[in-house]
Design a protein around this ligand. Structure first.
Ligand code: DOR
Ligand code: ZN
Length: 345
């Protein structure tokens, strides 16, 4: 039995680092294991221009502890007013890596997102031309669509028509949660990838709702039924280059989660690599963990894989804190509900 695994240092292709006191608290949690991360732009106000992204990047770098190496890959938040010239300039200056499409109202801080997708056509055409990928939160927001169906409906109503009309655009379906999304990604040969989160590989909607409501498992897209979780596990552990890790580690302080109307988001930066090793070992697929966490993402983004390595070892259960402290209050860490025997050493 394998008890030690050495892989190239992983990257996180979807993370929320926030700002201020929370940024300070969570950045080391990501930088400890991950060499790079695609940093989501849904601050209040959002990161919409190249200047915003450069300033945010500086604030992130100031929160990286001495001795840790970490490169934030910045994203722009697409709005109906995004200026294609600014996007082009920020991309060619190396300030931003990708842009994020949030349908208005889909999730946390998405009020400035897009309502009329035709309005962003010029910017998407520019992105297609310069080879800048679009990360997409793939859920419709129409009140009449059941929350558990919103991802599948988005594929048919929005994503597929959009990709057909701008075929050169590289698209990452972020945090896929359904077999429908896995099948859609698989049915496309080129220019379409998907990130999968740590928590969606481990929990289904029962974990969130049976025996009491568990706010720390509430995220968006919301966890679906077990058949969908199994499809995600199969995709992640298959080695298929179109699927890669985006933790969607999304910290909210406990007071914002444990309340009458709690925020969506699971904070998993700290124990993600242990959780993934657990999932991949269970599938007999530890040999595919490197592809999922360290190789497929950079390949999709056209970046080199990291040269450094990390070693993950199996032993007595790893001791993770239940919460990490921040200047704004405690933040509860994702509880996978199992003992984590693998840890990064
Ligand atoms: O659960 C989520 N939390 N999903 C998102 O799409 C946004 C994120 C956040 O920013 O808290
Ligand atoms: Zn996210």
């Amino acid at each position: 039995m394998t008890n030690t695994l050495t892989i190239r240092r992983p990257d996180d292709w979807h993370v929320h680092l926030r700002d201020g006191a929370v940024l300070k608290a969570v950045t080391p949690e990501t930088a400890r294991h991950f060499a790079r991360a695609i940093v989501m732009p849904n601050l209040v106000p959002p990161v919409v221009t190249g200047d915003d992204a450069a300033a945010y990047r500086d604030r992130i770098m100031a929160a990286v502890p001495e001795g840790m190496s970490f490169e934030p890959l910045m994203t722009l938040y697409l709005t109906e007013d995004t200026d294609p010239k600014d996007v082009r300039a920020a991309h060619s200056a190396g300030i931003v890596t990708a842009a994020k499409l949030y349908p208005a109202g889909a999730t946390t801080n998405s009020a400035s997102g897009v309502r009329d997708f035709e309005k962003i056509r010029p910017v998407l055409e520019t992105m297609a031309e310069i080879g800048m990928p679009m990360c997409v939160h793939g859920e419709v927001t129409d009140a009449e669509i059941d929350i558990f169906d919103r991802e599948a409906v988005f594929i048919d109503r929005v994503l597929d028509p959009l990709r057909t009309s701008i075929p050169q655009l590289r698209v990452i379906m972020e945090h896929v949660t359904t077999k429908d999304a896995v099948d859609y990604v698989r049915s496309n040969e080129e220019r379409l990838g998907a990130t999968i989160t740590t928590h969606h590989l481990i929990i289904n909607r029962n974990h969130m709702l049976v025996g009491g409501i568990r706010p720390h498992y509430y995220c968006l897209p919301v966890a679906k039924r077990e058949t969908h979780r199994l499809a995600l596990v199969e995709a992640a552990t298959s080695g298929d280059a179109r699927f890669f890790l985006g933790t969607d580690s999304a910290p909210h302080v406990d007071a914002a989660k444990e309340t009458g109307c709690g925020c969506a988001g699971v904070f998993s930066a700290t124990n993600t690599m242990s959780c993934l090793a657990y999932v991949f070992e269970k599938e007999g697929a530890l040999d595919k963990l490197e592809a999922f966490a360290s190789l497929n993402g950079p390949a999709f983004y056209g970046l080199p894989a990291n040269e450094e390595t990390i070693t993950i070892e199996k032993g007595p259960a790893a001791a993770y804190p239940d919460k990490i402290a921040s200047g704004s209050g405690p933040i509860t860490l994702f509880d996978p509900g199992v003992e984590l025997e693998w840890r990064v050493v």
